[in-house]
Design a protein around this ligand. Structure first.
Ligand SMILES: [Mn+2]
Length: 401
């Protein structure tokens, strides 16, 4: 793996080449947000900004003119004392951007651009275009855009371009994802060894995974881990993880590590004690569909065709279990997406591409959830689209019950 900074330099070059323009580019990182009192929400950087700089500290901006600049946040002496903060030479080392400036200097540089007759700038660092009603967005990008709009006639949002550039990943990015997957695999294997008699509660499984991830140098969880015993697996984003494990039954674990800012995303459903014949059959149907769907993936396959074919495979799986009596049964028993892109964000889009491209990394995650029977099974692997087909990056972790 090259030095991280080389990868981020390469990403900035990709952006410059794609835009092919001398106009200023301003990409905003997230700011720190308050959780309660003087506590901050655990910080995860805005993905586009991270992809361009590798900086996972709040309040920074990237300014690309003829030269590259990082705009550092103002940190008061008391904040520095309590929270620390990234020093200029650290930021330069991580990002490969060697000129670190204050917001005032950045303002003057942009003023010079205005004076030179520049009316258009490119701005990025924005959130995903869909939001849950109950979510509050990090305000950093909106504030930055408002400021730019006061100065420049045309502020073009380049998020769609950045998302597209991020969708096909380079070998350095694959290496981080592989590392995250290797550590996640260790976590699953060590949990599995203890399931038979050592573990009594879902939270013990969660703690064991977190222990393995951190002990192996991961930053931590890539997302809130789901450890769902029995019918808890029917709640797709169950993260309370506080119930006892059954003597006999299923345990769904959807958890993964983050390494170098990149995520794994893996799910397995394991048996505890002796599962029922029905639980075994549901698991077998999901497993069969899982591998049939992975087999579809190759460069050039239209995403719409992938969707249609994976729908057919999932319908067949439901049919084999006697669960597809009417059309609406399909989304009842399989209510989520079959795949999503994977990278800095755990849920990434395919960047507007209409077919699989070499370098993309995506999940395949079929699941069957039967509320009437209290059974939920999901299996999820991380797949790299290669030049000729695909590679199951998490294929070393057995999918069996
Ligand atoms: Mn997933």
């Amino acid at each position: 793996m090259e030095a991280a900074s080389a990868m981020f330099c390469e990403h900035r070059k990709k952006l410059r080449n794609a835009l092919n323009s001398k106009n200023p580019i301003i990409i905003t990182g997230y700011t720190s947000m308050q959780l309660a009192g003087d506590m901050a929400v655990p910080f995860i950087q805005q993905a586009d900004f991270f992809w361009l700089t590798g900086i996972s500290e709040p309040g920074w901006q990237l300014l690309l003119l003829e030269e590259e600049y990082l705009v550092r946040p103002y940190i008061s002496p008391s904040e520095l004392l309590f929270d620390g903060g990234m020093l200029d030479h650290e930021a330069a080392k991580v990002s490969g951007v060697h000129t670190i400036i204050t917001a005032d200097v950045a303002k003057n540089l942009l003023k010079d651009q205005q004076k030179a007759g520049i009316t258009k700038v490119y701005a990025g660092g924005y959130d995903a275009p869909y939001l849950k009603d109950s979510f509050t967005i990090n305000p950093a990008a909106v504030i930055a855009q408002r400021t730019l709009k006061r100065k420049f006639q045309n502020v073009e949002d380049i998020r769609p371009l950045l998302v597209r550039l991020r969708a096909t990943k380079d070998e350095n990015e694959h290496a981080y994802i592989r590392k995250a997957i290797a550590i996640t695999t260790k976590g699953f294997n060590s949990v599995r060894d203890t399931l038979a008699d050592l573990v009594q509660y879902e939270y013990e499984v969660e703690a064991s995974l977190g222990y393995t991830f951190r002990m192996n140098g991961a930053e931590g969880y890539a997302y809130e881990p789901i450890v769902a015993a029995g019918a808890n697996a029917l709640t797709l984003h169950y993260t309370r993880n506080n119930n006892p494990l059954p003597k006999n039954g299923l345990l769904l674990i959807d958890a993964a590590a983050r390494v170098g800012g990149y995520c794994a995303d893996i799910t397995r459903t394991y048996a505890i004690g002796t599962p029922t014949a029905r639980e075994v059959a549901v698991h077998a149907a999901v497993e069969k569909a899982h591998f049939a769907i992975i087999n579809l993936i190759k460069p050039g396959l239209a995403l719409s065709e992938y969707q249609d074919k994976s729908d057919e495979i999932m319908k067949e799986a439901l049919r084999s279990l006697g669960l597809l009596k009417k059309p609406e049964d399909y989304r009842k028993y399989f209510p989520h997406a079959i795949s999503h892109g994977l990278g800095i964000d755990v849920h990434e889009s395919f960047g507007g591409y209409t077919e699989f491209m070499p370098g993309m990394v995506l999940t395949v995650e079929p699941g069957i959830y039967i509320p009437e029977e209290g059974i939920g099974v999901r299996i999820e692997d991380d797949i790299l689209v290669t030049e000729t087909g695909n590679e199951n990056l998490s294929g070393d972790l057995p999918t069996g019950l």
